[in-house]
Design a protein around this ligand. Structure first.
Ligand SMILES: Nc1ncnc2c1ncn2[C@@H]1O[C@H](COP(=O)(O)OP(=O)(O)OP(=O)(O)O)[C@@H](O)[C@H]1O
Ligand SMILES: [Mg+2]
Length: 253
């Protein structure tokens, strides 16, 4: 069966003054495979996904998601459409508990689902039981069950990253974008996260920005290499590994 296109950009560009962070990029993402973006520091990876999720406005170009033009949608509308981004630097609310962090994401999602609304619908509210169920589910999924009441900033860094993944999942994504999820993690935590991402990818499309090549070659089924604001190469991990241009610009050093 031919792969189904989930997301596409045409001529997507972002300029900062004289600097072109992302230059006329046609980026395509297909359903049901883990897609990684790699490339040196400053290549434009974060800027590209920030435009895709609506955090950074594009200077020019278009973005399509599931056949619809989303170029002008707000980031909130894009979350509703199913595009969820987790930040390169963690974006948890440090002074809230783990439960509250995940509940904030879950509440928004449940409010939009008919089954979560039943009797409280006219108030635009979601029942506490619904939220508790959802929070437990996502904390369990990332292996953080039992720490609901702990204040998020007191968690070890690796657990904060997992909490952020739980928050991303609670937002009900169809496409989950993870920007350097393994950055700052210990080797054993990375192995855990690889398992988790593989598990998540069974039900959610995953787009990963990652510098750790072991993680990329372990997880990704398709790789896009960015360099200097443009796409340098695309292909399977082994095609990328053996691509001379990629070796020169990135993998070699
Ligand atoms: N808000 C901004 N204002 C000005 N320049 C920016 C801004 N954001 C990014 N840039 C510049 O755009 C270029 C691309 O940055 P970007 O963060 O997208 O790279 P990246 O590939 O994600 O790098 P890294 O691997 O270090 O995270 C860099 O030269 C960066 O300095
Ligand atoms: Mg980045």
């Amino acid at each position: 069966m031919a792969p189904v296109k989930l997301l596409g950009t045409q001529g997507l560009t972002r300029q900062y003054g004289g600097l072109i962070a992302v230059n006329d990029v046609d980026f395509n993402l297909y359903e049901d495979r883990i897609h990684a973006i790699i490339g040196p520091n400053g290549a434009g990876k974060t800027t590209l996904v920030s435009m895709i999720c609506g955090r950074t406005p594009s200077s020019s170009g278009r973005i399509n998601f599931k056949g619809k033009d989303i170029t002008r949608l707000s980031s909130a509308k894009r979350v509703q459409a199913g595009i969820v981004y987790t930040f390169q630097v963690t974006s948890i609310f440090g002074n809230l508990s783990c439960f509250e962090n995940v509940a904030l994401s879950a509440q928004r999602t449940l409010r939009e689902q008919p089954e979560g609304r039943a009797s409280l619908e006219k108030w635009g509210m979601v029942s506490e039981i619904e939220i508790e169920k959802a929070v437990s589910k996502y904390l369990l999924k990332v292996g953080l069950e039992g720490i609901e009441s702990q204040i998020a900033s007191t968690l070890p860094y690796g657990h904060q990253k997992l909490l952020e993944v739980a928050m991303g999942l609670a937002a009900g994504p169809e496409l989950l974008i993870l920007d350097e999820p393994t950055q700052g993690l210990a080797e054993s935590e990375i192995d855990n996260l690889i398992q988790l991402i593989r598990d998540i990818s069974k039900s959610v499309n995953v787009l990963l920005i990652e510098h750790n090549m072991e993680v990329v070659f372990n997880l990704a089924e398709h790789v896009t290499v960015m360099d200097n604001g443009s796409i340098l190469a695309e292909g399977t991990p082994s095609e990328i590994e053996n691509n001379p241009a990629v070796q020169d610009s990135y993998l070699g050093n």
